[in-house]
Design a protein around this ligand. Structure first.
Ligand code: TEU
Ligand code: CA
Length: 540
């Protein structure tokens, strides 16, 4: 029995940077409503909406102070209800971002909890006495640098925060916490949303005093309880963000008979340019053979037990063309190659706003230009550790999250048509060349490659259900694979490098389904592939 999200393509909107409608320089819900026709024209089936709940924006909305109110800057609950309804008119579902590993420290639960050790909400969070020297109970660290324990003077105890100090971790061992989360989820389900993306959901089973954070012993028990209490018997899509997932673990989340989630975001491919055992900032060159192994492993392992998510980009990752392609003379070609390579795999593809028009990283020159708390905290820690300023900024320019958060580039008017006022974050100065209006005018733009790929998925079951097999290639930097369904066979060939190469095509193709060099003929024999060339051939 198939589900709608197995045939769907999801578009991620980072609301702060998508479209400002009231001239305050910040994206908002009304702005998203204005752009629904554009998204419907692209052909996407669902929008993953990064958090729009009330928040002090210490972590740009991933620090929630009221789960059932809309952030002032983004608009009102009525705007949200109109967005859900207007999207539905265009057969687009709204998938909300569920951030329940932690709240904001300004959430009423924490405002109460921190008052006294016997407060009724105290046990909604994770507290610890200092040790005999007055130190935290252990050396657990925050993802945003520094210790994961913050001392609270008022009651002489530490509280746990795996992210910023203003994001105290919820205590999922407390049944009241879990029930409060489920009640909130049902509030949103009743509003007609299409599902949830679950922020760092692999952390909710944490046992911090044993220094267990991801994949805790009760994690799957909680998720099965959540499933029963909320979305289980509804036609909703759920995708868990699980940084540490292996295929074995991913099957635990997404095997249908386990009644947990539809799928997870795993990040094994995304860590391939990171020095093993180091931080995301410590880079090594990407190995294409390693990338092929990782994708092939996940395609094979989850072929019939669970479901893959497919992505290059999101609001936490640098723009893929800058990261692993060529954002200069081969910006469009490498962008098309990434799209073709990813969208013909088995699983649900995710497009991050601006990816479809080839938006790229925005390099900064000073830390004052940086907004993201993760980058700023890392900068300060590494500066104190003696790292050179320019090396730290190089890391931020390569992997910093602001790269994905520069405002959407709609046209070549002032501020790229994003806002009529000063934007909350700098806009990439390349917007006169890279913008939606220009992409829609150019028939062989990257936009139309994405539109065609979405159409292929909607029209051809082989893309959704076909088997996956990696194709052996002479040149290890060619990533070629085939999809087979009954008598149908499609061959996907991508030259994942900046130089020309050859590929021995062993079968005469029936047709070319999509390509990024629009002049090429593909016949049996030696193919000469241009830099970043990508093509999908119908073999039978
Ligand atoms: O991200 C989880 C997370 O750990 C990322 O921040 C990642 O470690 C880092 O950015 C490297 O890319 C989720 C949200 O996607 C992120 O935006 C939030 O900051 C974080 O959780 C806390 O809610
Ligand atoms: Ca606004």
């Amino acid at each position: 029995m198939s589900s709608w999200w197995q045939k769907a393509v999801v578009y991620q909107v980072y609301p702060r940077s998508f479209q400002d409608s009231n001239g305050d320089g910040i994206g908002d819900l009304k702005g998203i409503i204005q752009r629904l026709d554009y998204l419907a024209y692209l052909g996407i089936d669902a929008i993953w909406l990064s958090p729009v709940y009330k928040s002090p924006n210490d972590d740009n909305g991933y620090d929630i102070s009221d789960y059932q109110e809309i952030m002032d800057e983004f608009g009102t609950m009525e705007d949200m209800e109109i967005l859900i309804a207007e999207a539905m008119k265009r057969n687009i579902r709204i998938v909300m971002d569920l951030v329940v590993n932690h709240t904001s420290d300004e959430h009423p639960w924490f405002v109460e909890a921190r008052q006294s050790r016997d407060n009724q909400y105290r046990d909604f969070y994770i507290w610890s006495d200092p040790d005999s020297q007055g130190n935290p109970p252990n050396d657990l660290g925050s993802t945003f640098s520094g210790p994961a324990w913050e001392y609270s003077e008022l009651t002489g105890q530490y509280y746990l925060h795996l992210f910023s100090k203003k994001q105290p971790d919820l205590n999922w061992g407390n049944q009241e916490v879990r029930q409060s989360v489920y009640d909130m989820m049902n509030f949103w389900i009743e509003k007609g949303i299409g599902g949830f993306r679950m922020d760092v959901i692999d952390l909710v089973g944490k046992q911090p005093f044993k220094k267990i954070t991801g994949n805790g012993p009760k994690l799957h028990e909680y998720l099965q309880e959540m499933n029963r209490a909320t979305f289980g018997n509804k036609d909703l899509m759920t995708v868990g963000e699980t940084w540490g997932a292996t295929p074995e673990i991913a099957k635990l989340y997404s095997k249908p008979n386990r009644n947990e989630l539809s799928m997870v975001f795993q990040f094994e491919h995304s860590g391939l340019d990171q020095q093993p055992g180091k931080e995301k900032w410590d880079l090594i060159d990407l190995s294409i053979p390693a990338l092929k192994d990782v994708f092939s492993k996940w395609q094979t392992e989850l072929a019939s037990e669970g479901w893959n998510s497919l992505f290059w980009n999101n609001h936490d990752l640098p723009r893929i063309i800058s990261r692993w392609g060529n954002d200069k003379e081969f910006r469009v070609q490498s962008g098309k190659m990434f799209a073709i390579l990813l969208h013909l795999l088995k699983g649900t593809p995710y497009i991050y706003q601006g990816e479809e028009i080839g938006m790229i990283n925005y390099p900064v020159e000073t830390i004052e230009e940086v907004d993201d708390i993760e980058s700023i905290n890392m900068y300060n820690v590494r500066l104190s550790q003696g790292y050179a300023k320019e090396d730290i900024l190089d890391s931020i320019n390569a992997k910093g999250r602001d790269n994905a958060r520069t405002p959407m580039q709609w046209n070549d008017s002032k501020n790229a048509g994003f806002t009529s006022n000063k934007p909350w974050l700098h806009i990439n100065p390349n917007y006169p060349e890279i913008n939606v209006e220009k992409a829609l005018e150019e028939k062989d733009s990257l936009f139309y490659t994405y539109k065609k790929l979405i159409q292929l998925r909607h029209e051809h079951p082989i893309v959704v259900w076909g088997t996956y097999n990696l194709v052996d290639t002479e040149d290890e930097n060619i990533f070629a694979y085939c999809r087979v369904l009954d008598e149908q066979k499609w061959l996907i060939i991508t030259n994942f490098q900046e130089k020309t190469t050859t590929f021995d095509l062993k079968e005469e193709p029936k047709s070319v389904l999509i390509q990024n060099y629009t002049k090429k003929e593909y016949t049996k024999g030696m193919l000469y592939l241009d830099p970043y060339e990508a093509v999908v051939l119908e073999i039978s």
